[in-house]
Design a protein around this ligand. Structure first.
Ligand SMILES: Nc1nc2c(ncn2[C@@H]2O[C@H](COP(=O)(O)OP(=O)(O)O)[C@@H](O)[C@H]2O)c(=O)[nH]1
Ligand SMILES: [Mg+2]
Length: 240
């Protein structure tokens, strides 16, 4: 059963999860006539996100929920989701935030980019046509600075390295030895893209408009940004 899978990581997204599931399901029903699956990976959110997701899963045959016993971070949640999707026969594996910062409509464009020849499609804020609305100057500076730093240190020709809106061909995730991925936050996104490029895969940036979440709170922290600052040079050393 080869169909695309979307992984939605959640931690305290009770206010958005139902709407994001319905929106993503509708977009994918149009973009993938062969079928699709959506996997919520919830780290036992105290706000009950997991139970809401289960209620939607009982209604929509395309949705299922992976419950993890504690909060372990975005990277480990995605790795668990990838393993589950690959086991399930996914042809494509997509990542998206569960807070409407990423427009579910753009799932169709990411999938199309891969179908037209890319191995990895990245939703990109920092290519012509992409951008960020309603982020303060500090947050914009940190995000742009983070992508610039990773691009220079790793020597990559990719403008948006920290975003979490992606579509991988199955073969990419099979090739990049997920068992040795250690990073948690923004560094996780950088690491996956870096490994895909090192393995010779074709990475394409698809312009997206990113908007700040309207509901709930960001889980990213200075600690997670600091992890990226320290890990990026290590990725480079390990690759040598
Ligand atoms: N399962 C899981 N999801 C997480 C974790 N941390 C963040 N997320 C989810 O990852 C996505 C991006 O996180 P968010 O807080 O919006 O980061 P920001 O957009 O950089 O501010 C959202 O869907 C979060 O709910 C975590 O530790 N576990
Ligand atoms: Mg967010």
């Amino acid at each position: 059963m080869g169909i695309p899978w979307l992984i939605l990581p959640t931690f305290n997204e009770a206010e958005s999860i139902e709407a994001i599931l319905r929106a993503a399901d509708a977009v994918l029903a149009g973009a993938a006539p062969e079928g699709h699956r959506i996997l919520v990976v919830d780290d036992s959110s105290p706000d009950g996100t997991g139970a809401i997701a289960e209620r939607i899963a009982a209604e929509l045959a395309t949705v299922e929920v992976l419950h993890r016993s504690e909060r372990k971070g975005l990277g480990p949640a995605y790795l668990a989701g990838f393993a589950h999707a690959l086991d399930g026969g996914a042809t494509h594996v997509m990542e998206m935030d569960s807070d409407f910062s990423h427009d579910p409509k753009d799932l169709a464009r990411l999938l199309a980019a891969v179908r037209e020849g890319a191995d990895v499609a990245l939703g990109s804020r920092y290519v012509p046509g992409g951008g960020v609305t309603d982020w303060g100057l500090l947050r914009q500076f940190v995000s742009r600075g983070g992508s610039w730093y990773a691009r220079v240190v790793l020597g990559l020709n990719v403008r948006d390295l920290t975003g979490g809106f992606k579509c991988f061909r199955r073969e990419v995730l099979e090739a990049i030895d997920l068992a040795t991925v250690r990073s948690h936050g923004y560094a996780f996104q950088v690491e996956l893209t870096y490994r895909a490029v090192l393995a010779g895969f074709r990475v394409v940036e698809v312009p997206i408009m990113f908007r700040d979440r309207r509901l709930g709170q960001s889980k990213m922290s200075w600690r997670i940004a600091a992890e990226a600052v320290v890990l990026v040079p290590q990725l480079r050393r390990r690759a040598r």
